[in-house]
Write a protein that binds this ligand. Structure first.
Ligand SMILES: [Zn+2]
Length: 234
């Protein structure tokens, strides 16, 4: 949002949603100063400029509402401190808002959304824990953004820096973990480990992978050591 909101000039109507057609009335100056999409749509060549009405059939009115709240009040109307599914639903709403910001070509809005996500990872929930975005949030971002997306990078960084195996094992279903995310994450984790511990770690004890389990004394290597081994020609 601009520091000095320009409430002069005319308003336009934005009709949002496929099933429900929810109308929003917004100042043209306000939305065009923030969104390149609207700036183009209202630039004169398009029919939207004449009708002063823009139809966003593929967008969710609840998500567009978040955008208008931010445009006019510089805030997000959501703030859930409940753990689990409800807390994650808020992340999902932010993820959807981010994708909307991509479509509207509003860089400041996208930045503000990512800041809200980071802030949410730092804020304590009602049960004194913190919550990071899990499965469906990752899926939504990866399904709807480009490879170079900053939102993808944030998710990978959050997992690389703070993640635990349980986040994937227990909190996410496998269908919600896109292959590209897992690839990005593994690369980031390996790089991080390498640069933090660049000296080579000791090779693991090979017996750790043998069939004999705990009792190393019955290892096949010991058996061979006891018998003199015949040399065989190949
Ligand atoms: Zn062994």
């Amino acid at each position: 949002m601009d520091a000095c909101l320009d409430l002069t000039g005319q308003t336009i109507e934005v009709i949002v949603g496929a099933k429900k057609h929810v109308p929003f009335t917004i100042h043209e100056n306000v939305i065009c100063a923030s969104s390149q999409f609207f700036k183009k749509a209202m630039s004169g060549e398009w029919s939207e400029a004449k009708s002063r009405s823009v139809r966003l059939a593929d967008e969710d009115p609840d998500v567009f509402h978040i955008y208008t709240q931010w445009l006019y009040h510089d805030t997000f109307p959501v703030r859930v401190d409940k753990p689990g599914v409800e807390g994650n639903a808020e992340y999902l709403l932010l993820a959807k808002a981010y994708v909307l910001g991509d479509m509207l070509q509003d860089g400041n809005f996208k930045d503000a959304i990512l800041d809200a996500m980071v802030e949410k990872t730092e804020s304590k929930l009602s049960n004194d824990t913190t919550l990071f975005p899990v499965g469906p949030v990752i899926r939504h971002i990866y399904d709807n953004t480009m490879e170079s997306s900053e939102a993808r990078r944030l998710l990978v960084d959050l997992y690389t820096e703070h993640g635990r195996g349980d986040w994937l094992r227990k909190r996410a279903s496998r269908e919600d973990l896109p292959k590209e995310f897992l690839y990005d994450l593994v690369v980031a984790v390996l790089d991080k480990r390498y640069w933090r511990y660049p000296t080579r770690a000791p090779v693991p004890d090979p017996c750790a992978y043998h069939q004999h389990k705990a009792d190393n004394s019955i290892c096949y290597k010991n058996r061979l050591a006891q018998k003199p081994r015949k040399r065989q020609r190949t």
